[in-house]
Design a protein around this ligand. Structure first.
Ligand code: NAP
Length: 574
């Protein structure tokens, strides 16, 4: 091929950064194809998010039967989830089981952080350095660093000097924490806070919750998994997996496409109650237009607000806990007894929406001129989402270009998988892909299979390097923004747009056009000869046979086509 540099021998075909669900499956997929790989993981075990987030009450918010790998039917058959939404220890046990069952650990180096990754253009490889002094080369650098991994510890004066323990929900101690008899302050009221507050309240002598923004939470109605349902799913697991892949969210739940405003008030109430009784994230499936029409959304929001008012005894506290903005604009929370916790006499809610927390003193948290006594502080303050995990590592591409510089005004990718100037660099569930708007495990598997198929194809045709072109990247970034603008989700100050932390550029980072639409686009790019990519600096000169993993030939579920999917321009208007 023209311009092809001569590759040097490398230590590994691929270095994978992170041994969460993405890194684990990436390793398995690479091995299956005969590639050599080394995974570096900061923690001392696999599991990623489920390794770090050990706070009380942590559990998944997509039913476990679907929040699990689908690549192995044997794995699906042999693993048995105990609850509808498995708790963190069980999800971590699952990750460990997968690591053992597929013998992954021998290629994972634990307690090792990647400290630098630089592209060597002459050698056509990545030079990787680690906290343990490793300096290795690999043809490919694959980032499996997670979307919600870089903890946001708030910059509150005095917090660092607080004499008592300060915890972040995303960096919870392995040994657990006993709050018995303590005065505890929790900062934040997002998903992590909403899951943990009821359990912290069970132990603490006094609990003060500092709320900047009220959040909508839908009851989980978590329960022991019904053996009949488990048996039914296992009898034909591939059918459930296929139905899930055809959904905009990458997981299956009952969905009513009818617009909310076309229903009578009585019908709406019935419908919302039915979906409330199902619980969790599927509540947003009660009507098809809830995330696209403000007036429709308001009907659902008001239903949830009424539920909060009905549960919380003190009307002033109920009012503070009641969100006034768009339902589901920020990711919905899913809880067990959250609002009820504020009826307990030792639990206090402090509004910090008008004035930020002033400082942390030696004996508590000071807000609105009042000191609230605390022996321990829990920061449930979220993450530098989507790009924070990349920012932690100096990553440099061609001509020494730092990734942080390239992304300073917001991440720029082609398909959320690759980025111009960084050959042979893949991002699993990177910004610009469905990632957090789909079931993460399905989104991970689709990316891993695409990357593995791509690498195998490159081996087939003898290509050493792949990189997207600037026009396709620019088009994709614009497309991601255009589609986002259709959804109400782009309108509020959430972590989807980086607005949860000061100083981050406001860009809607995940791709909201719908999981199957996105998968079809990835498939087409591949089957049409890797459209938009250069191999070894030149366009693909033939339309060669490609290796698309069969299960990603995903049909659309036409009953749930959304305006964002139509805006994505890849589905018929029905
Ligand atoms: P989050 O949704 O970003 O919530 C962080 C909370 O901390 C917000 O209430 C935020 O207020 C508040 N906060 C941040 N800095 C603050 C400050 N300086 N002063 C006062 N309050 C401050 O983070 P998260 O709860 O960890 O959840 C992040 C995401 O992780 C979720 O949306 C979800 O996708 C995922 N998650 C999932 C589950 C699950 O059920 N499986 C559980 C936990 C997390 P503002 O809203 O005003 O910014």
């Amino acid at each position: 091929m023209p311009n092809a540099p001569s590759p040097q021998p490398v230590d590994f075909d691929a270095v994978v950064v992170g041994a969460g669900f993405a890194g684990m499956y990436m390793l398995h997929a690479l091995r299956r194809l005969g590639f050599t790989a080394r995974v570096y993981e900061t923690g001392d075990d696999v599991g990623g998010t489920w390794y770090w987030n050990r706070y009380p009450g942590a559990r998944c918010d997509i039913e476990s039967l679907q929040y699990s790998y689908s690549f192995s039917e044997e794995l699906d058959q042999e693993w048995t989830w105990s609850e509808k939404y498995a708790p963190q220890p069980e999800i971590l046990a699952y990750a460990r089981h997968v690591a053992d069952r597929f013998d992954l650990r021998r290629d994972i180096q634990f307690e090792t952080a990647v400290t630098a990754a630089a592209y060597d253009e002459a050698g056509v490889c990545w030079r990787i350095e680690t906290s343990k002094g490793d300096a290795v080369s690999a043809r490919f650098c694959i980032m499996a660093v997670g979307c919600l991994s870089a903890a946001n510890v708030p910059d509150i004066p005095g917090l660092q000097e607080f004499p008592g323990p300060v915890y972040h929900t995303g960096q919870w101690p392995k040994a657990g924490v006993d709050f018995t008899g303590l005065k505890v302050a929790v900062i934040g009221t997002g998903s992590s806070a909403i899951q943990s507050i009821p359990l912290i309240a069970d132990q603490a002598a006094a609990l003060t919750v500092f709320q900047r923004t009220a959040n909508y939470s839908i009851p989980a109605w978590n329960e022991t998994l019904d053996p009949a349902r488990l048996a039914a799913v296992k009898a034909d697991y591939p059918a459930l997996r296929a139905k899930a892949r055809a959904r905009p969210t990458g997981f299956y739940f009952p969905f009513n496409a009818k617009p909310a405003l076309s229903a009578s008030p009585e019908e709406r109430e019935r419908q919302y109650q039915e979906f409330w009784d199902r619980g969790g994230l599927p509540f947003l499936g009660a009507f098809g237009d809830l995330l696209f029409d403000r007036d429709a959304n308001e009907t659902g929001a008001e239903f949830v607000r009424a539920k909060i008012r009905a549960v919380v005894d003190d009307p002033a506290v109920a009012d503070l806990l009641t969100p006034k903005d768009i339902l589901g604009c920020k990711r919905l929370c899913v809880d067990t007894g959250y609002y009820q916790t504020f009826n307990r006499p030792h639990v206090k809610l402090v509004d910090v929406s008008k004035r930020p927390i002033e400082r942390v003193s030696a004996t508590g948290v000071v807000a609105n001129g009042v000191e609230y006594a605390a022996d321990a502080i829990v920061c449930a303050t979220g993450f530098a989402a989507m790009t924070g995990s990349f920012d932690r590592i100096p990553i440099t591409g061609r001509d020494g270009l730092p990734l942080a510089k390239k992304w300073e005004a917001g991440p720029r990718t082609y398909l959320g998988l690759t980025t111009v100037g960084f050959p042979n660099f893949f991002t699993i569930t990177g910004p610009g892909s469905p990632s957090v708007l789909a079931s993460m495990v399905q989104a991970i598997e689709q990316h891993v299979d695409w990357i593995a198929d791509c690498m195998a194809h490159m081996r087939d045709i003898g290509a050493a390097a792949i990189e997207p072109t600037l026009p396709v990247e620019d088009d994709w970034v614009e497309h991601v923004n255009t589609v986002a603008a259709i959804s109400l989700r782009s309108t509020c100050s959430s972590w989807y747009v980086g607005a949860n932390m000061p100083g981050r550029p406001r860009v809607f980072m995940p791709y909201i056009g719908g999981f199957p639409v996105y998968v079809q686009k990835c498939n087409e790019v591949m089957t049409d000869g890797f459209i938009g990519f250069l191999f070894d600096g030149a366009p693909a000169s033939q339309t060669p046979e490609v290796r698309l993993t069969e299960r990603w030939r995903v049909p659309l579920d036409i009953d749930v086509i959304s305006p964002a999917m139509i805006a994505a321009g890849r589905v018929p208007i029905v």
